[in-house]
Design a protein around this ligand. Structure first.
Ligand code: ATP
Ligand code: MG
Length: 416
């Protein structure tokens, strides 16, 4: 991608009302733009990061046997009335009226998925089913102040599963719990499984995935040995209490919720009358679970965790491109010559962001590369004499390499 052609370039200042580090860096780095409070455009670089996160999640969802679908965002009132959530979730839902008809914009999809299931599931042979999608959620958030961490409109991956028994649901729930930890680990994040209240979703205990961060809106009480963690909103135990398993005193810390899983039992299926025929011909209610990950929130969490005073430091698996190529043309080389390395990298299948701007100083290009945070910076100039200067974002050491070596190394890091 030629940087000169990109709509979203770096900016000197973030909007005054943006206070969080993630919003400031994402805005200044040209990853996001803001339409209004809680409402962001993912510019090209931001979208690339989002797609990388999405792909990691997708691979792990598919491993559990789930199928990818896409459900609508505009929902009829009637379906929300079946579970009572048209009223119960009134505060968070965006509602609209057109003529005599009332609608809600999706804030979650439990009711929509169960409606789908009752139209398609007939017998125990059809179960379990596991469906997920990546789609937009609308929530009227009062606290839309943390940049992309809390949008009024944001991307979520939500998975729903339907089973014939409590045992089968429990088994899948535990599998998803493990898979979620694997996803966060693949993203470079350490998530702590935390017991929490279910809010407008359920009266049962749920499990949140919390990443420690000073800017987190949640507070958790957790065992440093990893066998206990509760959201302090519901927690009965206090910080400092000795862990029962001898791991020392419990700690208290701020954290960001990146995922949440819910086991609903038959609560929803009873309200919506979602049944299957068991092997003795009897109608039974299905067992239901839901599992969410905040996809756009994760972009912000990654920036909160991975940045320094110069800008973002993306882990390579989610970086928008593998390398950031800068050409310095003091010699007035021909355009073709300047583009030579870029063309070779592209041809070799390397993802490259190419800063080919002619009206920008070298210092500015270097500062932009640090702000954007792609793991590898490559420089081609008169001084590099037919070779390429390689520098990792996280250190100051530079090396001169031949183009073949550059390709080999980038391919290696891509495969890792
Ligand atoms: P929170 O407590 O932060 O308001 P929630 O518990 O209401 O979140 P869930 O319904 O559990 O959120 O949604 C699943 C995931 O979606 C959350 O774990 C979080 O990562 C993400 N998420 C929730 N609300 C937002 C939001 N307003 N903006 C961005 N991501 C969000
Ligand atoms: Mg939650």
């Amino acid at each position: 991608m030629r940087y000169s052609k990109l709509l979203g370039k770096t900016r000197k200042e973030a909007p005054k009302d943006e206070v969080s580090v993630n919003a400031k860096l994402l805005f200044r780095g040209g990853f996001i733009d803001k339409l209004m409070a809680g409402s962001y455009t993912l510019l090209h670089l931001g979208r690339r990061v989002e797609q990388k996160i999405e792909q990691i999640i997708r691979e792990e969802m598919n491993e559990t046997g789930a199928e990818e679908i896409l459900m609508p965002l505009l929902h009829p009132k009637e379906i929300w009335s079946e579970t009572g959530r048209w009223d119960k979730a009134d505060k968070v839902m965006y509602k609209l009226k057109k003529g005599e008809k009332e609608y809600a914009l999706s804030f979650t999809h439990e009711e929509i998925f169960l409606d789908l299931v009752r139209k398609h599931i007939l017998t125990y042979r059809d179960l379990p089913v596991k469906g997920y999608h990546f789609s937009t959620k609308f929530r009227d958030e009062l606290r839309a102040k943390s940049g992309i961490l809390r949008g009024r409109e944001f991307l979520m991956k939500d998975l729903y599963s339907v089973h014939t028994s409590s045992k089968d649901l429990d088994k899948y729930y535990e599998e998803v719990k493990k898979v979620y930890l694997k996803i966060f680990d693949r993203l470079g994040l350490k998530a702590i499984v935390t017991e929490a209240d279910g809010g407008v979703f359920t009266d049962r205990v749920t499990h949140e995935f919390q990443v420690l961060s000073d800017v987190g809106e949640d507070e958790i009480i957790y065992c440093p040995g990893g066998d206990f963690s509760q959201n302090s909103e519901i927690c009965k135990v206090k910080e400092g209490k000795q862990c029962d398993l001898g791991h020392g005193p419990l700690k208290k810390a701020r954290a960001i919720e990146v995922g949440n899983i819910f086991s609903y039992g038959t609560d929803y299926s009873e309200k919506m009358n979602v049944v299957y025929t068991d092997n003795s011909g009897k109608k039974q209610h299905v067992w239901f679970g839901a599992y969410g990950i905040g996809v756009t929130r994760l972009i912000g969490v990654l920036v909160e965790v991975f940045h320094d005073e110069k800008g973002i430091v993306w882990p390579s698996q989610v970086a928008p491109y593998n390398c950031h190529l800068i050409t310095i043309n003091k010699q007035q080389l021909t355009k073709n010559k300047m583009d030579d390395v870029y063309n070779k990298l592209v041809k070799a299948g390397v993802e490259v962001l190419y800063d080919d701007r002619e009206d920008v100083s070298v210092g500015q290009k270097f500062a932009d590369a640090d702000l954007i945070g792609i793991p590898v910076r490559l420089v081609v100039s008169e001084k590099t004499a037919g070779k390429v200067e390689w520098k990792n974002r996280i250190d100051s050491k530079t090396e001169l390499l031949g183009i073949e070596e550059v390709v080999k190394r980038l391919k290696r890091s891509e495969a890792a």
